[in-house]
Design a protein around this ligand. Structure first.
Ligand code: DGT
Ligand code: CA
Ligand code: CA
Ligand code: ZN
Length: 609
């Protein structure tokens, strides 16, 4: 039995995930099955995003090497070893042989909340074996006869499957962002490379990315392309030409590379940043000026290149102001960019936020203390304030705070702030950052007492106004009863906006990109209510939420509704998500003055309702 030498991390990640899925179906009688399933899935996640190659780790250090990988214990390490040395995992084959269910089609659905247990019930009751059988059963209304299922549930599952199919092949920006940037920086460090930029939808900071498009300027394309195809993340070379290369990465995503000479870098970048619609409109403008615009430059009728080395030049010779990539959608931006009109919005900048108004702590479902969140916000992300918005009591899953706990927490926050303000010796032993070193949060930083109050089915809140009014600010959000009719759902949010204690509506549509359609809301009506009541609407920067979406941001701004951009951080690293919220705001044409948390804390508090 020879060792398979082309084993990819993604193969291992997939099979471990499938084992986790099957364990949950077939060992659900054992008490530790859930735990076991979870450890397989955790290991799978870690391996999928590992930058070093597992096969190489094993060849170098054997089982010990595998055990160094986070979340990989003895049982899993030996299964990986078995897979590398035999190409199979006996345990997986055994689990699989117990069923005719098409595990390859189903295991992915777990990501959208269709659990292994549901699959098991459907298989036992209706003999459903694969995705198309499930879809047919749903369309024919056969699930509603099974105990525990309803017509409503049928509709939900069907919607989820449709959404899932639509999302196949597209990646969340936040999931791929670190990798794309890392490769970009490695490309720019190659000898002879003057510039390297990830263009396409990535540069436009779209919510989801189909593939990556790298544009590199170098006089030695061979060298760049040789590096590109041998990167550790490359799973397959799809094509290689004189200046273009296409590969598939081990996370399944395709990456294109175009290497151009320096005099064409700007025009290539402009072309491949897109959007296609923006590019088409630009070319029309060029033609009207008797010019030709393509990836190699802007040319006159005699084939003289009159622009091309920078993007600014390309726009300039077309008598246009340079347009930020986030709004290149041919949605009115080109008309406003015509020289002399000065009509482009002055988009909010990536360093404009001074605070973050939705932050969670381990008082509820966050992972660390208030102090640690504050320290990270201040020292690592340069913020001046955060609002501590733990969940409230009716959200039992998160151990939401009741009235007394909210007030206690507000008092604790006051103590922390007093110490900051008066600069007392505040070298608390209990404030330790992740490295374990001591630090203090002295200086110009403030924690605001706040809450993410839960909006009940009828639009009321689960905490009374006299308690909420003792906090610095209040956000309100829907976390349950997602599937009410649009009028009911809209009325619920409008009522929350009309509540005098509510300053902000958090994640106003509740969608999870590629996983869950938001609740049906008439956004126009919500925007109107927000305007009438001076309520702020939130852009939630968590990269699978990002509601409001771009067109709603634009609608809010046109109606003079004020916005905030929050991280919704449940862990210190989540503050990094703020850039996705800012990108979303930019794609919705938001300026700095449209976003309240660009203000210093005092002005911010004064301008809340
Ligand atoms: P994606 O990858 O689906 O998330 O979206 P994009 O925008 O990155 O699209 P992609 O990768 O197909 O192409 C990158 C850019 O190249 C695109 O934004 C504009 C440009 N492009 C591609 N095909 C065409 C085309 O047929 N005409 C024009 N004018 N531009 C194109
Ligand atoms: Ca692309
Ligand atoms: Ca592409
Ligand atoms: Zn939470």
């Amino acid at each position: 039995m020879g060792i398979k030498n082309d084993i990819k991390n993604s193969d291992i990640a997939k099979i471990l995930h499938k084992i986790g899925f099957l364990v949950e179906i077939y060992e659900s009688d054992h008490s530790n099955a859930t735990f076991k399933a979870r450890s397989y899935k955790r290991a799978s996640d870690v391996i999928a995003s590992l930058s070093s190659n597992i096969y190489e780790i094993y060849m170098k250090d054997g089982l010990d090497g595998l055990l160094q990988i986070p979340s990989v214990g003895k049982a899993i390490a030996s299964k990986i070893e078995e897979f590398i040395t035999t190409g199979k995992i006996h345990y997986f084959e055994k689990l699989k042989s117990k069923t005719s269910v098409n595990i390859d089609e189903f295991y992915n659905l777990e990501g959208i909340g269709i659990s292994p247990k549901t699959i098991k019930v459907l298989h036992n009751n209706l003999g459903i074996k694969d995705l198309s059988e499930l879809q047919n059963a749903l369309l024919e209304g056969r699930l509603r006869n099974i105990p525990g299922f309803t017509r409503r549930k049928e509709e939900t599952i069907l919607k989820k499957i449709q959404l899932f199919k639509k999302g196949i092949g597209r990646y969340l920006l936040g999931d791929v962002y670190p990798l794309v940037k890392q490769i970009e920086s490695r490309l720019s460090n190659i000898d002879g490379v003057t510039k390297a930029i990830a263009a396409g939808s990535f540069r436009r900071m779209k919510e989801t990315i189909g593939d990556i498009d790298y544009i590199v300027s170098s006089d030695n394309p061979e060298k760049v392309m040789d590096y590109f195809v041998t990167m550790p993340e490359v799973e397959e070379i799809l094509g290689k030409g004189q200046s273009k290369t296409f590969v598939r990465l081990n996370n399944g995503m395709d990456a294109d590379l175009l290497v151009v000479p320096e005099e064409s870098f700007g025009s290539a970048l402009q072309y491949f940043t897109g959007s296609k619609e923006h590019g088409v409109a630009m070319r029309k403008i060029a033609l009207a000026k008797h010019l030709h615009l393509n990836e190699w430059g802007v040319f006159d009728n005699y084939q003289n290149r009159i622009a091309g080395s920078t993007e600014e030049q390309v726009y300039q010779v077309l008598d246009l102001d340079w347009i930020p990539p986030e709004i290149r959608e041919n949605a009115g931006e080109i008309e406003l960019a015509i020289k002399g009109i000065n009509g482009l919005p002055k988009l909010i900048q990536y360093d404009n936020l001074k605070g973050d108004l939705q932050v969670h702590s381990n008082s509820t479902d966050g992972t660390v203390s208030i102090e640690e969140m504050a320290l990270t916000a201040k020292d690592k992300f340069g913020l001046e304030y955060i609002a501590l918005t733990d969940h409230t009591k009716s959200l039992k899953l998160t151990k939401g705070l009741d009235e007394k706990q909210l007030l206690d927490q507000a008092n604790r926050i006051e103590e922390i702030n007093d110490k900051i303000r008066y600069g007392q010796e505040y070298t608390q032993q209990h404030i330790r950052n992740e490295q374990g070193s001591e630090a203090s949060i002295q200086g110009n930083f403030r924690v605001l007492s706040a809450a993410e109050a839960n909006i009940m089915k009828d639009g009321s809140l689960d905490i009374s106004n006299n308690i909420l009014d003792k906090l610095d600010l209040v956000g309100a959000a829907i976390h349950s009863s997602f599937t009410q009719p649009i009028e009911v759902q809209t009325e619920r949010l409008v009522k929350a906006a009309q509540n005098p204690s509510v300053d902000i509506i958090f994640h106003p549509t509740g969608r999870l990109i590629n996983k869950r359609e938001g609740y049906c809301v008439n956004i126009g009506k919500l925007v109107e209510a927000a305007k009438d009541t001076d309520t702020v609407l939130e852009i939630d920067s968590y990269y699978d939420r990002l509601d409001l979406k771009d067109e709603y941001v634009r609608m809010a701004i046109q109606n003079n509704v004020r916005l905030v951009i929050d991280s919704d951080a449940h862990h210190p690293v989540h503050f990094a998500f703020l850039k996705f919220g800012i990108a979303q705001a930019r794609r919705g044409w938001a300026e700095k003055s449209d976003v309240l948390n660009t203000l210093p804390v005092d002005t911010l508090l004064e301008s809340l309702k």
